[in-house]
Design a protein around this ligand. Sequence first.
Ligand code: 13P
Ligand code: SF4
Length: 322
Amino acid sequence: MVSQDFNELQKRILELKHEKKVLILAHNYQTIDIQEIADFVGDSLQLARKSAESNGYNSILFAGVRFMAEMAAVLSPKLPVYIPDPRALCPLAACLDAERIREKKKEYPGVPVVVYVNTTAEAKSEADMICTSGSAVEVVESLGVDTVLFGPDANLADYVRKHTSVKVIDLNEEGHCYVHNKFDREMFLDMKAKYPDSVAIAHPECPIEVQDVADMVGSTGMMAKTVAESDAKVFLIATEMGMVQQLQKQNPDKTIIPIYDAAVCRQMKKHTLEKILNVLENFPEENRVTVPDIYIPHIREILEKMNKVRGQGPPVPVEAHS
Ligand code: 13P
Ligand code: SF4
């Protein structure tokens, strides 16, 4: 961990979180100032696992999009969960409703449904299994079937197709993350030509043409591990800018270059230190994240099943170019 001088706002937040025993979890796409005051920063799978380990805390403050905070509410049902800005919603999650899943189930009777964690609680309640980008391949394989219904991210579905022999049927062929779907192959190849000694890493929410030319494809947690452990010195990154900034901060001796520096998730960036302080001072009811009781037992069961899957993605060798 890199040593840190905190500003006044951060110091106040740190005091309050200790005093009030609040566990602060932050996704890798949060700004660095938020990552610095968090107890844990990680990808969706790592955060789901941490959410289930909240003993000794009075509440959880989740700096991520709403579905992530909902996972914490399901996995730590005894603790209230708060989000700094309640409007932080993932648009990808909004593009798969429960009705569409029910229709697909009728069309493909008996075929299990795997939903990406970026979904609403109602959609999850129709699923047989949940996955994150870091666990998608292993979750699909863990079912031991030859066909699955999968969604809503069609690019992640392509990634699963590429790494398993399981037939993957899209729940929504148009389902994409607007941030990752902006990356294209030409952009990627131009940057590779400019930095020939680099290792290029893409998130599996990027289009398959981008995944195909990357040296490695993985979740944001996988990116952090790869950059830290690789002997290479220059990395090209195709994901949201918060991750790029974190990688540079954690690896000051390496050069981290975004493939596209306008890749910013506006929803993740709704959170600020001021909004975090507001929660720690007032615990406003409108910032509380809950999941309707009827969905909780089933979502909890499938989230716990997902958390047991190893979830590091398929082994992809990374060459040290320099
Ligand atoms: P990770 O699980 O890789 O952190 O991804 C979450 C996400 O929302 C990507 O856009
Ligand atoms: Fe949703 Fe994309 Fe933002 Fe991730 S980056 S939270 S998938 S909109």
